[in-house]
Design a protein around this ligand. Structure first.
Ligand SMILES: [Zn+2]
Length: 166
């Protein structure tokens, strides 16, 4: 089963699709440039409503020995630090892989306006695959979600990492 793509009420057209791809390309770049720490290469970027980059981060669970050090969480924290407040209203978070439940929860708490991600993650994804925490109608804040952007490139990043363990 492939979850529906590009859902949400905000207008989506060629321009926004190109902008989303540019954000995912940036996230891929961040993941690829991460130091070799044994961490799964996942990159995230947060931009404000004007498209200005506030923060980038890569998954650093092994590097930091921290179970919560997912790329999204680290990027949200860094973006909030830059802004000087926890609310990231109007911001877009782009990440190479579908967010997990923890990150989806944090995205909601931060009031992020849009979430763009690359590869679907059927085992743990909480943005349409296993769960849809972000768009659950019981939530007060529901960001627009666009998944499957540059899906092949994002999946290839993970595949080449895991192939290294074989
Ligand atoms: Zn996560």
């Amino acid at each position: 089963m492939t979850p529906a793509r590009g859902t949400g009420s905000a207008p989506t057209g060629p321009l926004s699709a190109a902008a989303d791809e540019a954000l995912i390309r940036r996230a891929i770049e961040v993941a690829g440039a991460a130091p070799r720490t044994g961490d799964v290469p996942i990159g995230a970027v947060v931009v404000d409503a004007e498209g200005r980059e506030l923060a980038v981060a890569c998954n650093a669970r092994e590097a930091l020995g921290d179970p919560t050090a997912h790329a999204e969480l680290l990027a949200l924290r860094a973006a909030a630090a830059v802004r000087g407040e926890w609310r990231l209203e109007g911001c877009t978070l782009a990440v190479t892989v579908e967010p997990c439940t923890m990150c989806a929860g944090a995205i909601g708490l931060a009031r992020v306006a849009r979430v763009v991600f690359g590869a679907w993650e059927p085992k743990t994804g909480a943005a349409g695959s296993l769960w849809d925490v972000l768009r659950d109608r019981r939530q007060n804040h529901r960001p627009e979600v666009v998944g499957g952007v540059l899906e092949q490139e994002c999946a290839a990043l993970l595949e080449s990492f895991f192939a290294g363990f074989r």
